[in-house]
Design a protein around this ligand. Structure first.
Ligand code: FAD
Ligand code: 2HG
Ligand code: ZN
Length: 470
């Protein structure tokens, strides 16, 4: 129970509009979109400015109340969900939605943490620029959440992840002080790069309230192809072919197993297989250019022609209209949702060197099929970044509880192979609560020790998102 005077003081800071106490209205803040994580909270606080965030955090520090920062609540590791105690406070940034500045000459945009990613993309487009982060949840995830998880998505290959796109941050520290690091500099070698500590820290070091982000020239032509492949090895070789031919115009290269596509075909309305026959693997390739009439179709046709000749590809279609482009991306972006219809999915967001993707798939598939007959392997993702979503659905007819009992053992197989290939157990989704214990097991003890030391320096009372990451 929070003391009455604490609640009165919070209400004085954010007003009645900035507080949610009603049990029903609180529900959407207490579980994630898959309903995989559920918690409880004493209060949801929704400040509207950096000053309000600072006053709230200062008060929480004074009363030793623990805080869970939350943006669009689309994270996949339960990082934005409070624990079950009912004593934590959810700090929602969704009312901080100002675009503070667009500076086209500096190619930057300064936005508050609650700005929805899609709104940011639209604001950049209005200024004749591109903000390149793109992911399936872009209609509801926020810039603060993107930064706090160092989100990746489908254009990392060309533009990098959120870490590469941020030039400056404004952060409310766990004691309520405001760090104004909103510098739009591409060069700044004045010691440690503090913003990088907050990026990817999943709300455990402070509350990100605003950021200066990089803009890029607007894209004026794109071409998109859906290619059927005989193997994951072919995908890795095909990236090389396309890259050599197209250089930086290669913007997206997304791999999907047949199982992934089958789930989409079964569950996502309006999707249809571009080919008459099923194939083991598919890639969605996107090229883009800043010139309106760049010869992207011809380039991609040459690349695919070479791939067909070398038997790296079996078949291919180039999208002939905006509607076809959207339909192909809908197949790719629909996998997450489609898999939810098949019961609980065990998510493993791994990365290995791109060259090791085939070895990873071969070794893991083999071990899983041997040890857990019937499991359905839904492997897909950003193969150009060496990042696979190696998700597992239960065998047909298996009870959820029976399947979930194998969760730990399945995870061990996947992460053991990942680590044997010098990979990572979280490529882009973070650790949250989902992978905190696995990180303890798989991360270098020295790295964990340094992380704990940083946490103790920034947040000595352990008030910021406890139980997440560490
Ligand atoms: P939340 O879920 O609200 O929070 C995520 C974490 O950040 C939590 O730990 C929270 O405490 C912290 N946090 C949030 N805001 C702040 C803040 N202002 N200050 C400090 N900490 C904060 N991710 C990818 O990387 N690539 C993808 O391709 C991708 N695709 C997705 C597709 C779907 C359909 C879905 C549902 C998710 C996908 N994600 C992807 C997951 C991704 O992490 C989130 O979509 C997004 O980056 C999180 O933003 P959010 O605002 O929803 O954050
Ligand atoms: C994607 O690339 C997202 O589609 C979601 O990162 C992955 O749901 C998943 O496992
Ligand atoms: Zn992804």
């Amino acid at each position: 129970m929070l003391p009455d005077e604490f609640i009165r003081e919070i209400e004085r800071i954010v007003g009645a509009i900035g507080i949610v106490r009603d049990a029903e209205r609180m529900q959407s803040y207490l579980s994630d979109w898959r309903n995989a994580y559920r918690g409880d909270a004493a209060l949801v606080i929704r400040p509207a400015s950096t000053e309000e965030v600072a006053s709230v955090v200062r008060l929480c520090n004074q009363y030793q109340v623990t805080l869970v920062p939350q943006g669009g609540n689309t994270g996949l590791c339960g990082g934005s969900i409070p624990d079950a105690s009912g004593t934590q406070v959810v700090l929602s940034l969704t009312r901080m939605t100002r675009i503070r500045e667009v500076d086209p000459a500096n190619e930057t945009i300064t936005v508050e943490a609650g700005v929805i990613l899609q709104t940011l993309q639209e604001a950049a487009a209005e200024a004749g620029r591109l903000f390149p982060l793109a992911l399936g949840a872009q209609g509801s995830c926020t810039v603060g959440g993107n930064l706090a998880t160092n989100a990746g998505g489908t254009a990392v290959l060309r533009y990098g992840n959120m870490r590469d796109l941020a030039l400056g941050l404004e952060v409310v520290l766990p004691d309520g002080r405001i760090w104004n690091g909103l510098r739009g500099l591409r060069k700044d070698n004045t010691g440690y790069d503090l913003k990088q500590l907050f990026i990817g820290s999943e709300g455990t070091l402070g509350v990100i309230t605003a950021a200066v982000l990089k803009l890029y020239p607007a894209v004026r032509s794109t071409t998109t192809a859906w290619v059927a492949l005989p193997s994951a090895q072919a995908a890795v070789e095909l990236i090389g072919v396309i890259r050599e031919l197209c250089g930086d115009r290669l913007t997206g290269f997304e791999l999907m197993s047949r199982q992934s596509v089958e789930f989409v075909l079964s569950h996502v309305a309006g999707c249809s297989d571009p080919f008459a026959e099923p194939h083991p693997w598919y890639v969605l390739i996107e090229l883009s250019d800043t010139q309106p009439d760049a010869p992207l179709n011809q380039l991609l046709e040459v690349g695919i022609g070479e791939a067909l000749e070398r038997e790296l590809a079996i078949d291919a279609v180039l999208a002939g209209s905006e509607a076809q482009v959207a339909a192909l991306w809908a197949m790719r972006e629909g996998i997450s949702e489609a898999q939810n219809h098949e019961g609980p999915s065990l998510k493993h967001d791994i990365s290995v060197p791109v060259s090791s993707i085939p070895a990873f798939i071969e070794a893991t598939n083999q071990r899983l099929i041997e040890q857990f007959p019937g499991v359905r392997i839904v492997a897909y993702g950003h193969v150009g970044d060496g990042n696979l979503h190696y998700n597992i659905s239960k065998p047909i007819g298996c009870q959820d509880a029976v399947f979930k009992a194998h969760q730990e053992a399945i995870m061990r197989v996947i992460y053991d192979v990942t680590m044997s290939l010098r990979g990572s157990i979280s490529a882009e989704h973070g650790l949250g609560q989902a992978k905190r214990d696995a990180a303890k097991h798989y991360k270098d003890p020295l790295e964990l020790e340094l992380m704990r030391a940083l946490k103790a320096t920034f947040d000595p009372k352990g008030l910021m998102n406890p139980g997440k990451v560490l």
